[in-house]
Write a protein that binds this ligand. Structure first.
Ligand code: SAH
Length: 231
């Protein structure tokens, strides 16, 4: 296998933005710029670099996947970040979405932070190592069940959950700041739809965005009162 050069990988990344994200309706210029900057291939082993910028999820081991570029961009856009926010990510996996969020909350006064939780310790460790290598200082990574949220860092301006749940975990809603948004795939195992839930005082407004298919959210509160599910 001939190793791809940084130029070739950069060109593939540029095509991902111009041929997948923009035509499919991603409009937030800061999201498009972040997707153009974050080296997606670095979140995959070198054998997978040739396919890193394809229009699909890729395996990252432990039965998990790095999300499709479009889903990362769309979920980031739905977080509506202008810089300086505090964001919780549940299901950090490879850390690719984490890096995109870190770019979006960064800059300015440097107040913005991303706290990323991943239930599988091996993935969380790798995610943390990537953040260090790539110089993201406004990110904190930990390994535990994210259906509990992360109360120490709440209230959150946005919570992005990258795993699918049968319904909205209510514990997470309580950790949203006023005007804060929870973005989460909700549905059955085969298909979900992105829910965008915004807090207005004690009221929560739900909008439904694109259809999607994510790996399962596995945890104590994923199934709200039902028995925990393990796969
Ligand atoms: N954004 C990631 C997506 C990884 S797939 C990326 O692009 O790489 C979703 C991840 O959610 C998996 O790594 C899975 O282990 C994790 N996950 C599932 N349930 C979880 C929970 N309750 N708490 C934290 N992480 C969870």
């Amino acid at each position: 296998m001939v190793a791809l050069s940084e130029e070739e990988l950069g060109a593939a990344r540029h095509r991902m933005v111009t041929e997948q994200l923009a035509p499919r309706g991603i409009k937030d210029a800061r999201v498009l710029a972040a997707m153009e900057r974050v080296p997606r291939h670095r979140f995959l082993p070198p054998e997978q670099w040739p396919v890193a910028y394809e229009d699909k999820p890729q395996p990252i081991g432990q039965g998990q996947t790095i999300s499709q570029p479009y889903m990362v961009a769309r979920m980031s856009e739905l977080c509506a970040l202008g810089g300086g926010e505090r964001v919780l990510e549940i299901g950090a996996g490879s850390g690719y979405q984490t890096a995109v969020l870190a770019e979006l909350v960064g800059g300015g006064e440097g107040k913005g932070e991303v706290w990323a939780v991943e239930r599988l310790p091996a993935l969380a460790e790798r995610c943390e190592a990537r953040m260090r290598e790539l110089g993201y200082r406004n990110v904190k990574v930990a390994a535990f069940d994210g259906t509990l949220g992360w109360p120490e860092g709440a209230p959150w301006d946005a919570i992005l959950c990258a795993a699918g749940a049968p319904r909205v975990p209510t514990l997470l809603l309580a950790q949203l700041a006023e005007g804060g948004r929870l973005i989460i795939p909700v549905g059955d195992r085969e298909e979900q739809r992105l829910a965008v839930i915004t807090r207005h005082g004690d009221e929560f407004e739900t909008r439904w965005d694109t259809a999607c298919r994510f790996v399962d959210l596995i945890g104590r509160y994923a199934w709200d009162g039902e028995e925990p599910v393990h796969n």
